[in-house]
Ligand binder design. Structure first.
Ligand code: PGA
Length: 257
C-alpha cells in the first residue's frame, strides 16, 4: 500500500449471493465489527436488486456501495440491461467491469470492458477494471504479456485525467474462489507490472496515482502479507466479503502498518 499517493480500497464482491433483506443486518454487523476510525475506502459491490437496500442501510456510514456490471449502452431497447446513468442515479460509487466470471460466462470482451469503463466514468462512477491470467497462461509464462494486453485494451482511448479515476484489480483466474491465493510476491510482481504499463502509456505521476487491488481468495489470514506489498493498494474480495467478521478483519488489516 502507498497511502501517500493513492487510495487504499477494500471492495467486497458479493457476486450472486444474499438478498435485499440481508443488507441492513449485514451493514449493522459490519459497522460494529470494523474499526471506527478506518482510513481505507470500504465498498460492497452487490447485485442490482440489492442496491437500494444497501443505500438505505449505509446511510450515515462511511461505507460505499457498488455494482458488479453495467451495460455498454446509454439507454434504449436492451432488455435486461442496466445503464451507467441508472447506477449514478442511485449514487453508486463503484462498479466492477471485466470480472473473469463475466468474461468467461457472459462473453465480455476487452472492447466491451473499455466501453463499459468509459460509460461509468462519464456518469461519475469509478470502474474497478478486472484483469488476470488463467492457470494455463501462467504455466506458459504468458502472465505479463496477457495482463499488459488486458490493461491496455481496457484503458484504450482514455486521457490521463480519466485514467487517474480508474481502479484496476489484478485477479488471477486460478486464484478466484479456489482457496489458492497468489503468493504476496506473485501478486506484487504483476501489480508492479500493471503500474509499469500505466507509466508507459501515460507517465509516472499517473501510474503512481492509480489504486491497484489484488483479488483471488484474499481472506482474514493472508490479507496482511498481500496488503503490505508496495504496489497492492487493497483487495477485491469475494467469499470473505460475505462474512462480516472476515471482511472487518481485512478492513482492519489496512490500518496496521
Ligand atoms: P474470491 O473472489 O475472493 O472468492 O476468490 C474474488 C473475486 O472474484 O473478485
Amino acid at each position: 500500500m502507498n497511502r501517500k499517493y493513492r487510495k487504499v480500497i477494500i471492495a467486497g464482491n458479493w457476486k450472486m449471493n444474499k438478498l435485499a433483506t440481508d443488507a441492513k443486518p449485514f451493514v449493522e454487523e459490519l459497522r460494529a465489527a470494523m474499526p471506527k476510525d478506518k482510513t481505507c475506502e470500504t465498498v460492497l459491490c452487490v447485485p442490482f436488486p440489492i442496491i437500494p437496500a444497501m443505500a438505505r442501510a449505509m446511510r450515515d456510514s462511511r461505507i460505499a456501495y457498488g455494482a458488479q456490471d453495467v451495460s455498454e449502452h446509454a439507454s434504449g431497447a436492451y432488455t435486461g440491461e442496466v445503464s451507467a446513468a441508472m447506477l449514478a442515479n442511485l449514487k453508486v460509487k463503484y462498479c466492477i467491469v471485466g470480472h473473469s466470471e463475466r468474461r468467461q460466462y457472459h462473453g465480455e470482451t476487452d472492447s466491451a470492458v473499455n466501453v463499459k469503463a468509459k460509460a461509468l466514468l462519464d456518469e461519475g462512477v469509478t470502474p474497478i477494471i478486472c484483469v488476470g491470467e488463467s492457470l494455463e497462461q501462467r504455466e506458459k509464462e504468458l502472465t505479463s504479456e496477457f495482463v499488459a494486453y488486458q490493461v491496455k485494451a481496457a484503458l484504450a482511448g482514455m486521457d490521463a485525467k480519466t485514467v487517474k479515476r480508474c481502479v484496476i484489480a489484478y485477479e488471477p483466474i486460478w486464484a478466484i474462489g479456489t482457496g489458492r491465493t497468489a503468493s504476496a510476491e506473485q501478486a506484487q510482481e504483476v501489480c508492479h507490472e500493471i503500474r509499469g504499463v500505466i507509466r508507459e502509456l501515460y507517465d509516472a505521476r499517473i501510474a503512481r496515482a492509480v489504486s491497484i487491488l489484488y483479488g483471488g481468495s484474499m481472506n482474514a489470514k493472508n490479507c496482511a502479507e498481500l496488503l503490505a506489498q508496495p504496489d497492492i493498494d487493497g483487495g477485491l474480495i469475494g467469499g470473505a466479503s460475505l462474512k462480516t467478521e472476515d471482511f472487518a478483519k481485512i478492513i482492519s488489516a489496512t490500518e496496521e502498518e
